[in-house]
Design a protein around this ligand. Sequence first.
Ligand SMILES: C[S@@+](CC[C@H](N)C(=O)[O-])C[C@H]1O[C@@H](n2cnc3c(N)ncnc32)[C@H](O)[C@@H]1O
Length: 408
Amino acid sequence: MSSLQDAIIEALDFFPEHRKRNKRTEFLNLDILFDEARKIQPISTNAFDFILMAYRYAHPFYTFADEFLDKKTIKPLLLLDLLHLTYSCLLTRDQIPHAVLVHEIVEVSKKKFGPHTSGLTNAFCRRVMDRRDELNKSILSKTEMLLGQDIPKQIQAMPQSKEWLHRLSSQIMQRQSSGIGAFDENLHWNPTVNIEAFSPTQKIQAMDLGSWLWVEYVLGKIDHQSKSKPIKILDVCAAPGGKLIAIAQSLIKQGFTVELWASDVNFQRLERLKENLQRWNFIKFSHVFLHDWASDEQKKESIPDDLDLIIADLPCSGLGTLHKRPDLLLEHFSERIPELCEKNKKIIKNIKPYKTSKNTIAVSVCTMATNEIRSVEKALLGQILDTPHFCSFEKTTEPCEGILGYTL
Ligand SMILES: C[S@@+](CC[C@H](N)C(=O)[O-])C[C@H]1O[C@@H](n2cnc3c(N)ncnc32)[C@H](O)[C@@H]1O
């Protein structure tokens, strides 16, 4: 089998219909599936590109496939994933001659799904090739086609919805060749923020330009003059520690000392948080503990009442991260968001008692969804705002996470 056929087969396991074979892979995020797969063996660059590109083109693909199949059922259903890969590959891959691609795809179809499938796969390839220019033109001129119907509905009630939708959809295309930032060690950006302390070899996982800008915003809110006393910071959704470490490192560079209380509800992520704090030599100033901040359980760790900063980087739908996580384009946001809103309301309720006249509570959400945003605003500030206190999209035109921030 050729290496291209190997890459196609390798990629298919991460496609929607293949994932549905197992409840676990169906519901886990793609980045977690990648992480797990990588522990066994590296994912080839070709397979990785096939997967990301296919998710980016998922909505136009399903529309095209419906028209092509004309209500006929496809057998086996897993073949739909190969057609999905075919669609995005034929529209976007110019490095490999299309005749070669088509040949390899049809070979995979025969080997993996049976010789009887080659006719359908071949016909699908021809249909895409016949309409290639027209399809590419319409996707490139109307990038909002990439978002499907659910995402615009989630955002449409916001005053900034038009601009946000434009940013989200155009960003999906801008990141074509880079990987998913959370684990792409080679990801580079133009650091507009002044945190030069971070050396390229020690980059923190999961930090994106949007996060850096939020860090800069929060740093501006810390009101602490004394260099003799440590700045005390509590981060309740800290893992894997990107934002907390960025904030602490910057304060240390300015000559302050810090003491950190860092917790998370997820044990595995807490382990990664500990590793990151260790790598940055913060562990000796840190109290790391597992805690569900949405519950009323007793905390195992005692927390001082003179904190300078309380951070809650809330668990959210991730609608602001579509450029890095194109699998979210197929997420059922309307089902997930109400549950997240409830959780975040409880987390905010549980951190508010730490507010004093001298400190700041800084909350961030990586979403553009109206209900999520409004529920955070109501819980934290008691009112709905026209514009969030901080929005990463207003700070840069570069592709970045859509992060909204609030302080109390
Ligand atoms: C957006 S991520 C935090 C990223 C982190 N601040 C960083 O910069 O690396 C949200 C985190 O909230 C945690 N989380 C979710 N529900 C929680 C809860 N009820 N209590 C505490 N942490 C929670 C998740 O495990 C996840 O690690």
